[in-house]
Design a protein around this ligand. Structure first.
Ligand SMILES: Nc1nc2c([nH]c(=O)n2[C@H]2C[C@H](O)[C@@H](COP(=O)(O)OP(=O)(O)OP(=O)(O)O)O2)c(=O)[nH]1
Length: 127
């Protein structure tokens, strides 16, 4: 099975975490942490900064690695590197997503996360 290498940004501000809803494709309407596929030659941190600039027109700093999620979807294996991030500059403009929410940790389970994110959400809620 092919492996897709993805980076995801857990953007925090004060006590809240930024969640986005996918606007297109196979997982449309599912909630996720913004990010995307690592391109060849990029470090995960570089990929994450590029993706957040593209998707949200925002510059971030990439902090601690929170988790590397390994998950089998029917058609591919996902390896997802998840980092805590902070906003440096920009207003999180939704260029690809259809909605977003700032959620407190205890509210994280109030949106419908993509299947691969379930374990991570539990971990964040219990942290
Ligand atoms: N960014 C992100 N992707 C996630 C999460 N959870 C999860 O299963 N994924 C999956 C969905 C996609 O298959 C993949 C992300 O890659 P992507 O955003 O480039 O996906 P895509 O296929 O829509 O993009 P593209 O090839 O059209 O550029 O990882 C998450 O929390 N954040």
């Amino acid at each position: 099975m092919k492996t897709v290498e993805v980076v995801a940004a857990i953007i925090c501000e004060e006590d809240k975490i930024f969640a986005t809803q996918r606007g297109y494709g196979e997982f449309k309407d599912g909630w996720e942490f913004p990010g995307g596929k690592i391109e060849s030659g990029e470090t995960p941190q570089e990929a994450l900064k590029r993706e957040i600039k593209e998707e949200l027109d925002t510059e971030i700093s990439v902090g601690q690695l929170v988790d590397i999620v390994e998950f089998d979807y029917p058609n591919f294996h996902l390896t997802m590197h998840c980092f805590f991030c902070k906003i440096l500059k920009g207003d999180l403009v939704l260029k690809e997503h259809e909605a977003s929410k700032w959620l407190m940790k205890y509210e994280l389970d109030t949106v419908d996360w993509l299947p691969a994110d379930q374990g991570l959400i539990e971990k964040l809620m219990n942290s």
